[in-house]
Design a protein around this ligand. Structure first.
Ligand code: AMO
Length: 434
């Protein structure tokens, strides 16, 4: 019999095996003891019948502090008492690292630990298989995303994260000292992805960190998140972009449901795959929907967290987890979004998932003069955006794009309570370490 569940198990020519991992638990039942060893793929039982094991080996193995790291060499025996259907009878072991006592938090104890304690001891928290599963699914999500983008002719790019000007408003800029000159951490790759459209690289995407000095302490805002941005040229309208996002999200949801089965089962979750196209609501329709629920907003008001939530409830009653909110008032949208001429609206959209915005985007203003005018209207100084505007001065195709917050999307997919659950080491108003 061999143990071949993972690459960390070594089978030897003499018929013994070596298994490695963390001592998750030790049970001493008098005549027999068990050491439960855990690695990335699960647990394995080391069985120690007292009479058949060398006394010193028995003593050393069964008194190890929990979470110590060891390798055990032994014989494999069939067992109908364990999940794997086998157990290891040890012949020798190596202690690689002894864990200090007491542990800062338990790995298998079924007590509810505060999120702050978990995040302060994240290395420990991540030893729990159900917590690791979230990050395995995040990794799978990015693999699927890359697949979908490549299949649709997009090229992956990387743009600077230390920049001279922000694109998403001054209030969330992180200022840094760049050799004595003021600089900022990039809030998004917005300006660069648009500049690339003038080069002829007509379909690009980027997956990278975005920084926002968010002063709000909520379950959906962090100061560093992973942004999935796309930009494409030669569009006829924002619908072309929305169609592309639908293709990508559909591929991700289907792929997760299939290839992420194991992790989803660990989390006790299933992924719903809504049919495409997703319904489109206009901003004006949303105001009416909210009014019907007693929330009276004025034309031009932001829908706000509460408004988004109510619309999410109405849409979920109709079975729509994912839906678009399009044509926001231009006054609400950044300078780079195209106005819907002759109306107060814009060619923009948000994608909402179960009552929360996970993406925004739209058709861009590609006409140099209009773009400059729009900057001035928004109180920006075009001079400080010269490097960006130049790309529009010498030939720019019509284009548009989107930004999706990877963690916000994962959180909604898995119904997690907080965006921090989808970030290994979250950064927020108060958290800079670990
Ligand atoms: P926007 O500012 O709406 O648009 O951001 C795009 C998406 O990024 C995510 N996001 C956040 N996630 C976690 N914490 C935050 N503080 C945070 N801020 C934003 C959200 C959001 O929908 N340049 C445009 C996109 C475009 O037009 O291409 C932009 O950045 O999921």
């Amino acid at each position: 019999m061999s143990v071949s569940r993972d690459s960390r198990t070594v089978s030897r020519n003499d018929g013994t095996v070596e298994v490695r991992g963390w001592v998750q638990d030790i049970r001493n039942l008098g005549g027999i003891s068990f050491v439960i060893l855990r690695d990335r793929f699960g647990t394995i039982q080391i069985t120690l019948p007292k009479k058949k094991i060398d006394a010193e080996l028995f003593e050393k193995l069964t008194t190890l502090p929990r979470e110590s790291v060891i390798s055990v060499t032994g014989d494999v025996k069939a067992s109908d008492q364990t999940e794997l259907g086998l157990e290891i009878i040890p012949l020798s072991f190596i202690l690689h690292s002894s864990a200090a006592v007491p542990l800062p938090m338990g790995v298998i104890d079924k007590v509810n630990v505060e999120m702050d304690t978990r995040l302060n001891n994240r290395f420990m928290d991540l030893r729990k298989p159900e917590i690791r599963a979230i990050f395995e699914l995040k990794s799978l999500m990015l693999e699927l995303l890359n697949e979908a983008m490549t299949a649709n002719g997009f090229m992956q790019v990387f743009t600077p994260k230390v920049v001279a000007s922000g694109a998403e408003g001054g209030s969330t800029l992180f200022k840094v000292d760049y050799f004595g000159r003021p600089a900022y951490l990039a809030q998004s790759p917005q300006l660069y992805k648009q500049m690339l459209m003038s080069t002829g690289l007509d379909r690009i995407y980027e997956i990278g960190p975005a920084f926002r000095a968010e002063h709000s302490n909520t379950n959906r805002h962090v100061t560093e998140f992973i942004s999935f941005d796309g930009e494409m040229s030669w569009i006829s309208s924002q619908s072309d972009i929305m169609g592309m996002i639908e293709k990508v999200i559909d591929h991700i949801l289907r792929g997760l449901k299939d290839k992420g089965r194991g992790q989803l089962a660990l989390l006790g979750k299933d992924v719903n795959v809504p049919s495409v196209p997703y319904p489109v609501l206009t901003y004006a329709e949303c105001l009416n929907m909210l009014a019907s629920k007693g929330m009276n907003l004025k034309e031009g008001d932001d829908l706000g967290t509460e408004g988004e939530k109510i619309i999410g409830e109405i849409m979920s009653e109709k079975g729509n987890d994912l839906y678009w909110i399009a044509e926001y008032p231009e006054a609400e949208k950044p300078f780079y979004i195209m106005e819907k001429d002759g109306t107060p609206y814009s060619f923009s959209f948000d994608l909402d998932y179960k009552g929360q915005e996970i993406s925004s985007g739209g058709q861009r203003e590609h006409r140099y003069d209009k773009l400059r005018e729009r900057m001035i209207k928004k109180g920006l100084d075009p001079e400080s955006f010269d490097f960006y505007l130049d790309a529009f001065k010498y030939g720019m195709p019509p284009h548009g794009g989107w930004g999706i917050g990877i963690e916000r999307m994962l959180v909604k997919m898995l119904d997690l309570p907080n965006v921090r659950e989808a970030i290994l080491f979250p950064r927020d108003l108060s958290r800079l370490s670990p």
